[in-house]
Design a protein around this ligand. Sequence first.
Ligand code: LLP
Length: 418
Amino acid sequence: MHHFDYQNQQLHAEEVAVAAIAEAVGTPFYLYSTATLTQHFKAFDNAFGDLPHVTCFATKACSNIAILRLFASLGGGADIVSGGELFRALKAGIDPQRIVYSGVGKTEAELAAALKAGILLFNVESEQELDALARVAASLGVTAPVSFRINPDVDPKTHAYISTGLAKNKFGIAIDQALAVYQRAAAMDNIEVKGVSCHIGSQLTQVGPFVESLRKVKAFLARLAEAGIAISHLDLGGGLGITYNAEAPPHPEAYAAALKEEMAGLKCTLILEPGRVIVGNAGILVSRVLYTKTNVAKKFVIVDAGMNDLARPSLYGAYHAILPVNQQRQDKVVADVVGPICETGDFLARDAEVPACEAGDLLAVMSAGAYGFTMSSNYNSRTKVPEVLVRGDAFHVIRQRETLDDLVRGETIPEFLR
Ligand code: LLP
């Protein structure tokens, strides 16, 4: 369910006409709906009911501080993967005791910043990282709360680039090697072993792989208990998929029910790191048609947003529905919707049934709220687009369009070239 729908044949975000926002801020831009974000966050969080849990939103999916603040106001925390995301989460007012830090390549400076902030858990992904964390914690005179990310070797049945829990992936510590690491960590100064974590991939459309990995983690928890290592936190990562096209992923209720059933008897605080399922369908990318053309083989709709603004179609072959902002455009054509970037891989849709449109028309690229703006870049020296948040009948620019000066900020011409 989302709040992007037609009123009098004009696409609206909640009560605001998308065309009016385009008029005010120009195109392209990302547009999010507060009601949708709130509803999705609550649907997910409430699904775990009274089970002790923290919903740590995966910041990488959509990291604007206004959106992080919204989740903080709903009781959410953050899953972060960099010092930059830590900075954002703190700036947004997220309680450090609701922040967990994942990722295979945390630097000592990043570890220090997170220790100083007093975050809930470090999801450590290697022994060398553990050593670095202990070193930094000792230098600061603090104790680091640690969870190890276990790689359970489970096939999440999703795109290869976003599968993370297979033995061949770079993530985590192999479940068979993990006990020895826990035993070593338990004996270390400045390290407090608190949790086990696991994240097997993204855009999962079945509950089976989640259950399979939780079963493996449970068996591992039993081994830890036998070894006398008590665990208070179990982090099951994110990964629940959404409907882009015809996918039918489990509802958060069904996902939570399956996990809760497996959790019966475990006395741990559950940590969840959902990203896409909360924001994916709560955001769209709005773009204007610049030109249309038909060559020998194909029709092309050339729009003002490109792969630098939304990388998912080019990078993963991902499908995003494209709708007309003005629904009077009822005819459809099969065309490629392409951007201005000088690469053949620059497309938002290929051989897709799209609105028959003309130069000047507005198009909405749907389901763009997750990994949309956050993966955007300045490629081809294009300025990053604004982000706009609608609430009821008002809209707020939560990130301004970059300026040309922003493009060269920090660049200098050395003396010898002057
Ligand atoms: N936790 C960890 C440790 C993760 O690595 C991820 C995503 C998440 C949570 C959140 O997963 P979600 O609930 O959003 O599926 N750029 C790709 C997705 C990359 C996901 C990376 N990790 C895409 O556009 O599909």
